[in-house]
Design a protein around this ligand. Structure first.
Ligand SMILES: Cc1cc2nc3c(=O)[nH]c(=O)nc-3n(C[C@H](O)[C@H](O)[C@H](O)COP(=O)(O)OP(=O)(O)OC[C@H]3O[C@@H](n4cnc5c(N)ncnc54)[C@H](O)[C@@H]3O)c2cc1C
Length: 473
């Protein structure tokens, strides 16, 4: 089919507003956040509702056209944009962006898949509730993408990943049928719980069109602190103190290295060092509650005082206002942004059992020194989940980092091997995408093969985001 005929057929399904073909209009849909993929597309399709998605996917199935479901394009594993030799259609959910309902009795939020995460958080807050999912990209990431990557983030330690928050989904299958599993129910043992197939599937099994998520009561008070560790090993002692004292009020426990503060301070306006004393490692902690009684400021003050006395930490700051708390949070949340401005970085999103985290950071750092001596390790992450973003930044003054780029595949293999040998995983919260397909096949062969068989059964012509998670057929 020539280009004009294709556009005419798509316009017949979606109307003129639903199809983009001009290069200036399609450009933002064709490149992923890290610049790993800059592909071409037959067109960008922007359906307005589930019926249009279903008709479009039926058309793709009939014509054998591959399709990339797309949300906010903040994915980090080269899965969000077209890539490779096969002609692809981008299916953006950005017009399906409405919150449909916040239900205070069921404590749920139902929205279209193109709803921006931050908009969903706001809608929950407007009803005195909270969508307990916080990621650095929440101003751009959309619910469909967040579900398709099973995003984690800073609140996982308390509320789990997106999977734990999802009650129901509506999905358009690769043949265009609509699987309506959109439910407000917390109990539904009717056969297999199929929604889980699509959560974390990275757009390879269907297009998520609507979702219902669990909400929790909005916190009525919180306390946010940044603490300077005396030594990295002290991080477990500190975590234990907060767990003992704060119990399930502990919502955030994030490890950050000194270099992260330097990068954020250098590149992002308004960021400043929270503590006078310099340290190699810092921790951001938040405790929150929806109850009125416990005094959380006093609680964190007590933990801080005892940790200082026992020399687990050398310094600490407790936010005195919500504005100051937001400033402290920003140091961690802007990590990816600051690294991007600084130059190239090789990223490894790994998880190990919590007690192996420090061993992993040390062994990984040694592997980097061994591979590209002047590259800088920027290891930060969600200590309570054992998830570390073990990123390797361009050498100072060398943003293009040719040597590091060349060494990236070999380095990734070493870092992934280390994590796996410690009982961990090479893919913690960002997914497999195109960049970890080989690692998936190598480290988890049976899981890989079963998954591939499932994909072939549901999507025999491999039209849903081909080349992501598995090598293309
Ligand atoms: C600055 C920054 C900070 C980040 N912080 C975190 C973090 O703390 N925790 C974390 O887990 N991740 C984080 N990420 C990664 C990223 O934000 C998440 O993966 C996010 O969930 C992706 O959402 P998106 O809408 O941008 O999806 P996209 O990038 O558009 O797509 C991601 C994947 O989902 C698929 N997809 C998108 N929409 C649909 C749909 N409707 N149906 C089926 N498949 C779909 C795509 O095909 C692709 O495979 C961060 C990224 C950035 C840039």
């Amino acid at each position: 089919m020539d280009g004009d005929a294709l556009v005419a057929e798509l316009q017949a399904i979606l109307g003129t507003a639903g199809v983009l073909t001009e290069p200036a209009a399609t450009a933002p849909y064709l490149e992923d956040w890290r610049g790993l993929a800059r592909g071409t597309a037959l067109a960008v399709a922007r359906p307005a509702d589930t019926a249009e998605v279903a008709e479009l996917v039926r058309w793709c199935a009939r014509t054998g056209t591959a399709v990339v479901p797309q949300g906010g394009v903040t994915g980090l594993v080269n899965a969000s944009a077209p890539h490779g030799p096969r002609a692809m259609l981008v299916l953006s959910l950005d017009r399906m962006n409405r919150v449909l309902e916040v239900d205070p009795v069921n404590s749920t939020l139902t929205a279209e898949a193109g709803c921006i995460l931050q908009e969903a958080q706001r809608a929950a807050a407007d009803s005195g509730l909270r969508l307990p999912l916080r990621i650095g990209a929440e101003g751009s990431a959309r619910l469909g993408g967040v579900l398709a990557t099973n995003a984690g983030g800073n609140l996982t330690i308390r509320y789990g990943n997106t999977r734990e928050l999802c009650l129901g989904l509506e999905v358009v299958l690769p043949d265009g049928r609509v699987l309506d599993e959109l439910k407000l129910l917390r109990k539904d043992n009717t056969g297999y719980d199929l929604k889980h197939l699509f959560i974390g599937a990275e757009g390879t099994l269907g297009v998520v069109t609507r979702a219902t998520l669990k909400l929790v009561p909005a916190p009525t008070q919180s306390a946010t602190v940044v603490l300077a560790l005396s030594e990295l090993d002290g991080v477990f002692d500190l975590l234990g103190r907060f767990r003992r004292e704060a119990g399930d009020h502990l919502s955030v426990f994030e490890l950050m290295p000194r270099i992260l503060f330097d990068l954020v301070g250098r590149h992002l306006p308004g960021a400043r060092d929270p503590l006078a004393a310099r340290a190699d490692w810092y921790v951001l902690v938040e405790v929150e509650t929806a109850q009125h009684r416990p005094d959380l400021q006093a609680l964190v003050g007590d933990v801080l005082a005892s940790a200082l006395e026992d020399e687990v930490i050398t310094d600490g700051v407790v936010a005195q206002s919500e504005a100051q708390a937001a400033e402290l949070r920003k140091l961690r949340e802007q990590a990816s942004e600051a690294q991007k401005v600084e130059g190239y970085s090789a990223k490894h999103d790994v998880a190990v059992p919590v007690d192996r985290l420090v061993d992993f950071i040390r062994a990984g750092t040694a592997a980097v020194a061994d591979t590209v001596a002047d590259a800088r390790v920027v290891a930060f992450g969600h200590v309570g989940d054992g998830n570390v973003h073990f990123n390797v930044q361009s050498p100072a003054g060398d943003p293009d980092a040719a040597a590091l780029r060349a060494a990236t595949p070999a380095l990734a293999e070493r870092v992934h091997d280390l994590a796996v040998a410690m009982g961990g995983t090479f893919s913690a919260e960002h997914g497999v995408g195109r960049i970890k397909r080989a690692a998936f096949a190598r480290h988890r062969p049976l899981k890989h093969d079963l998954g591939r068989a499932l994909k072939r059964w549901l999507d025999p012509d491999d039209i849903m985001n081909p080349g992501v998670v598995f090598e293309p057929d």
